[in-house]
Design a protein around this ligand. Structure first.
Ligand SMILES: *Cc1c(COP(=O)(O)O)cnc(C)c1O
Length: 387
């Protein structure tokens, strides 16, 4: 089966309450038993079942099963947010004295973990220039417990060669983690490239409607068990209602991504040709620095692009505020087009100095293409950019 079909059906093969055709939202905190023996058997995992929704919940489980199928991994564990997924994964797998190799461009919250919270617990973090694969290979070779990647990056849309770095990591026995939020399983399949753990902010494309927060980590039973045990105690469980919204979103994921891929490519080409535009970042453009890796690694180039206009932050503000078919908001990956700047979106957690340290330009507009008609979006950009 192709990914689009899996998105609709995976994880929903069983029979639901009263033969309902849709996944029931099970709001129950706990699950009761007639006998102590049966309760004990479920506790000891001798029998399938649920006990307490912080640990496992039937609606949430459908989302996890669906994502494991979509990402082609043995299993998955969900979280209340994408940052819940990322921080629980890192804190569950790392110990004081461990070394992490990652890239400078990661999501702002992740960068904050690398710059502040992990070092405070004695974890050494080496952040390499994003896209400099030789440097990353050299740093990985020195030895590390975990390699953390993200591609395309936020907001400069750099592409990291997952297969190449996963290969380097395998030689030293490091666990390879990637944040696949921007790509989605429709555009990139990291498990086929040697990545061990695949993380998503389900808040973005997976849900797709900007009405639910969630996160997921997909991987082997062994790794997911470690992360799941940590989550049970740290308590960042996904709410069943949010799980339902995300399940519903995933059913149309392949259609939305198809539209967003093609719209974004067209818009990037359109912007590129305008004299008012200083720079356009989109991995689908042939002149993009990592276009070759993107072509090899991705089925589509994604729904997000970023650009800057000539004339500095004043002009940037003017253009942003003149856009009509857009929400100026700190989100991405929704059916509506959304725009923002790093200082108020992806890197709001970082100070100006930290953004500079990470190479995040202040004057960049991040444009997350929705599912509106491409022509309308181009007309809107045209009128906003025109002086
Ligand atoms: C939004 C985002 C996150 C964080 O997800 P939340 O659900 O907001 O916690 C992590 N990584 C990437 C790439 C994101 O865009």
């Amino acid at each position: 089966m192709k990914t689009g079909t899996k998105g609709v059906w995976a994880g929903e093969e069983g029979t639901f309450f009263e033969n309902s055709t849709q996944v029931p939202v099970v709001h129950s905190v706990s699950f009761g038993y007639e006998t102590l023996k049966e309760w004990m058997d479920v506790t000891l995992e001798k029998k399938e079942g649920f006990i307490y929704s912080r640990n496992a919940n039937p609606t949430v489980k459908v989302f996890e099963d669906k994502m494991a199928v979509l990402e082609g991994t043995e299993t998955a564990v969900s979280f209340s947010t994408g940052m819940g997924a990322i921080s629980n994964t890192l804190f569950a797998l790392l110990r004081p004295g461990d070394r992490v190799v990652s890239q400078k461009d990661t999501y702002g919250g992740t960068s904050k973990l690398f710059l502040k919270y992990l070092p405070e617990f004695g974890v050494e973090v080496e952040l390499c220039d994003t896209g400099d694969h030789e440097i990353m290979e050299r740093e990985i070779e020195k030895g590390c417990r975990l390699v953390y990647l993200e591609t395309p990056t936020n907001p400069t849309l750099k592409i990291v060669d997952l297969k190449r770095l996963a290969k380097a990591a395998k030689k030293t026995g490091a666990i390879v983690v990637t944040d696949n939020t921007f790509s989605t399983p429709i555009n990139t399949n990291p498990s086929k490239l040697g990545v061990d753990l695949i993380i998503h902010s389900a808040t973005k494309f997976l849900s797709g409607h900007a009405d639910a927060l969630g996160g997921i980590v997909c991987g082997t039973r062994e790794n997911i068990r470690t992360i799941n045990s940590y989550r049970e105690i740290h308590g960042a469980a996904l709410h069943p209602m949010a799980a339902y919204f995300i399940i519903r979103g995933i059913k149309t994921l392949h259609l939305r991504i198809k539209q967003q891929n093609s719209s974004a490519l067209e818009i990037a080409g359109f912007l590129k040709a305008l004299p008012e535009i200083e720079e356009v970042h989109y991995p689908g453009l042939p002149e993009h620095k990592n276009h070759d890796i993107a072509k090899k690694q991705m089925k589509g180039f994604g729904g997000i692009l970023s650009f800057s206009v000539n004339g500095g932050t004043e002009r940037m503000t003017e253009v942003l505020e003149k856009l009509k078919i857009v929400k100026l908001a700190a989100n991405l990956g929704a059916v509506e087009t959304i725009a923002g700047i790093p200082a108020t979106t992806s890197h709001v957690e970082c100070s100006i100095e930290e953004r500079e340290q990470l190479g995040i330009p202040e004057g960049l507009i991040r444009y997350s293409v929705g599912i509106e008609e491409t022509e309308d979006l181009i007309e809107d950009l045209k009128q906003a950019i025109k002086k």
